[in-house]
Ligand binder design. Structure first.
Ligand code: SME
Length: 168
């Protein structure tokens, strides 16, 4: 099988459709949320070009705690409403940030980051996690990326045992 990072896609839609199929396969195989989210972050990192960080922050006791990811070590705790991740988690909305230096309160975990996409994972009415993607390029992400990851967030919402994640 071709390595994930060398597969060529004609369109972003094709890439996100492929990502969704692969993610579902990983989720079916994974015995628990840790291996599921570990493989999900590796999948994001392999399929998207120009990333320096890809992974998850997971809710616990009303704050975000670092989850499985690919990239440099990052800040472990993010309060709701703080930074790009805390804003997405609090308002339950995607944050598409073309230039992190222009986002008030941005938390710089990796100085290489210049743009960021954060998508909340909702379970029922509640944010249970956020997907965080960082790029060294300015303006790396667009509406199509946001829509693509919103679909990925829905799959994760339906396939992971979030009660176990919240109780960890
Ligand atoms: N930049 C994020 C913090 C997490 S790191 O990018 C991995 C933020 O402002 O919430």
């Amino acid at each position: 099988m071709k390595p994930l990072e060398s597969i060529e896609f004609q369109t972003k839609k094709q890439m996100y459709d492929f990502m969704a199929v692969r993610l579902k396969a990983y989720l079916e195989e994974a015995p628990d949320w840790c291996s599921a989210l570990g493989n999900a972050s590796a999948l994001f990192n392999a399929l998207l070009k120009d990333l320096n960080w890809a992974g998850f922050y997971l809710m616990k006791d009303h704050e975000l705690i670092l989850g499985p990811f690919q990239g440099k070590p990052a800040c472990v705790r993010i309060a709701l409403g703080k930074g790009v991740c805390g804003t997405a988690a609090l308002h339950k909305t995607t944050q598409l940030v073309p230039d992190v230096h222009a986002f008030e309160g941005h938390i710089a975990c990796d100085s290489a980051s210049n743009s960021e996409l954060v998508v909340p994972v909702l379970f029922g009415e509640n944010t249970v996690a956020v997907i965080d993607l960082d790029s060294p390029l300015l303006n790396r992400f667009d509406e199509e990326d946001a829509l693509g990851f919103e679909k990925i967030a829905k799959i994760l919402s339906g396939q992971i045992d979030w009660q176990t994640v919240l109780n960890r």
